[in-house]
Design a protein around this ligand. Sequence first.
Ligand code: HEM
Ligand code: MTE
Ligand code: MO
Length: 337
Amino acid sequence: MRTPRRVTNLALLVVVGVVLLSGLATWLVAVPAQRGVAAAHGAAGLAVLVLVRWKAPVVRSGLRRARASRWASVLLAVLTVLALLSGVLHSTGLAVWAPGGQRTMWWHVATGLALLPLLVWHALARRQPARRSDLDRRLLLRAGGLAVVAGAGWLVLEGAVRAAGLPGARRRATGSYLQALPQPTIWLADRVPTESDLDRDGWRVRVSDDGGERSVGLDDLDALPVTRVRTVIDCTSGWASEQEWSGVALTDLLRGTDDGRSVVVRSVTGYSRRFAPDELDGLLLATSMAGEPLLRVLGAPVRLVAPGRRGFWWVKWVDAVEVEAAPSWWQPALPLR
Ligand code: HEM
Ligand SMILES: Nc1nc2c(c(=O)[nH]1)N[C@H]1C(S)=C(S)[C@@H](COP(=O)(O)O)O[C@H]1N2
Ligand SMILES: [Mo]
């Protein structure tokens, strides 16, 4: 039984959609759910590979037509191959670093996201609507078969990584690799403040809560109870590091949050993250790591430590903590700077 080409094309579109959504989901779901999401993502990624065999004839006949726009489709294919390759290189640990000094995971995400606009264009420009008759029992069997083969492929790959003792066997549920020290990391286009921008001695944190508004200096922070926490920072770019941080618990700093529906932690750079009042337990305004004052690149003089949350929640160079009326979901799911 031949698979109609339009069915192959549609299957590939759906599968790549699942791959992109599950990839993003690994950044958004809470840490306990990571394992399952990352596994689903890996399996869906391998399903793309399986579909190549059916897509190949479609590609060949497409390339025989000398459309100028075929180069955009070729670029889409190249980016997809690079995303697949970098995903497998990262997850197996065969190459955690890529040429050029970036992590393989960085290239994985970069190629994965870059292909999205091309994919949307490709699907619209080469649209081939499915027919009602395509939606039959055979389609269900094929979809089930693909899921089984992809799942089995993922299990075999994971098993091989473990059996061969590849570094990938030691990665965390998020896919990240533990390393001795955190890596200074900027989310997108934020900037590390210069030493003179920081003015450590004159550093103030603007605090606004049920007790009104006040300005808290570093010695005021020192006067509050010290909290120490040993926890892991896990960046979406594929590294993680376990450290002991110490500083002041947000709940020890704030005098009530009943006047608002969220608490914003802001950086002097403009970067910020918003939390629900019932999520404040465990959040720490840290002033030191591993017994030493924070380094500038790692958020000195004050940075947020957010155990169990991905690195992008760990706001560096904190200069304000404010209870606000806006609900906690009133922010982009991922920072925009
Ligand atoms: C079409 C685009 C993409 C393809 C084909 C793809 C494919 C893959 C593959 C094959 C793996 C290895 C799976 C494994 O063996 O566990 C992987 C890992 C991973 N991908 Fe993607 N991916 C894509 C886009 C993305 C995007 C956009 C993100 C994030 C926004 C992402 C995040 C991840 C993460 C975190 C891992 C590591 C999971 C682990 O180590 O268990 N991927 N990807
Ligand atoms: N102000 C600010 N805080 C930030 C970032 C940023 O770009 N600007 N990057 C975040 C990201 S993505 C991570 S992983 C951690 C990295 O912390 P580190 O530089 O101490 O390793 O800081 C977070 N806090
Ligand atoms: Mo990060």
